[in-house]
Design a protein around this ligand. Structure first.
Ligand SMILES: [Zn+2]
Length: 60
């Protein structure tokens, strides 16, 4: 199944809504994966405002 990216927080998911912010604003049109383990130690997480560990799209 194709993963979709949340337009709000960039989280990648296979569900119909974002597991983080519960929005249904998902898109298959995204680029680049960032896998965040420790948001507080990750420069990319700070830059893109990812607050929880997980898989994110860089461009949505
Ligand atoms: Zn989200």
């Amino acid at each position: 199944m194709v993963e979709k990216a949340c337009k709000v927080c960039h989280r990648l998911t296979e569900e119909k809504e974002c597991p983080v912010c519960k929005t249904k604003e998902l898109t298959e049109n995204w680029q680049g994966i960032a896998i965040i383990f420790k948001p507080e130690e990750s420069e990319i997480a700070k830059e893109l405002n990812f607050k929880l560990p997980g898989k994110y799209a860089i461009k949505v």
